[in-house]
Design a binder for this molecule. Sequence first.
Ligand SMILES: C[S@@+](CC[C@H](N)C(=O)[O-])C[C@H]1O[C@@H](n2cnc3c(N)ncnc32)[C@H](O)[C@@H]1O
Length: 269
Amino acid sequence: MTKTFALDSTQAAFAETSDPVAAAMFPQSLLALAPGEARQSLLTVHSILQAKLPAGDLAIYEAGGGSTSFLPLDVLRRAHVTVVDIDEDQIRNNDYAQNAILGDIQTHRFTPDSFDLVICYNVIEHVPDVEAALLGFCQSLKGNGMILIGAPNPRSLSGFVTKYSPHWFHVWFYRHVRGDTNAGLPGHAPFPTLFHPLVTPANLDAFAEEHGLQMIYRKQYESPRYPEMRRRKPVLAALVDAAATVMNFFLPGKTDVRHGDYHVILRKR
Ligand SMILES: C[S@@+](CC[C@H](N)C(=O)[O-])C[C@H]1O[C@@H](n2cnc3c(N)ncnc32)[C@H](O)[C@@H]1O
């Protein structure tokens, strides 16, 4: 008899990509995150989606979905996924969407009340008119439908560096610090970054309030680049950590400049 063992969320927070039990339960995108706050917050996002999405078949819109999904596998298995991406290579490499559309999330519109969930993960920082994209998401959502956004926080150390450094530096960082040999090739990250004002969490809160969306989850967390760097480049990581500690000391309240990314879940009222 074959026995299967489920992982609880504490075990999942530390599971390796090569663990077959974890790989059957969690997307590779989650397991590829170095254990830390980013993975923990994504596990929380998964539990919220599992609890709040309706039972049965789901309609999901992945805006700028590229070729990687961060959704829980049991949600993906019962979903009809429509991905819209502006990059032909990303659309070609996508293997989880039933409907892949080459298009621009700022202008592409669906019939109102089409989707239970819109996910826009690692995308809004690349889009010139985030408001147009968000308005399209709201229109396409069913009542009680949710929008999941994952994005970098412009008001953090990594956000600041990303915003004010040239694109070649991002490619260099991905290749030499993250060890991604495909970085900068067509259809591969990093993609040019713009940081429209609505990428800032406080502005996103105000947009949600104005457009009848309830914020049901918001978490700023340490960018996964830190645990990754501590593993791969410990000397560089120690220098960056020391710089972050000094900055935190001089900043008001409990600000942590390492909180480079955030998750937000909005619900249509
Ligand atoms: C960093 S990748 C993220 C892909 C995937 N969501 C992930 O997390 O791996 C950003 C994606 O957004 C897409 N993108 C950027 N601007 C877009 C736009 N205006 N409309 C549609 N897709 C866009 C890019 O082509 C790319 O696939």
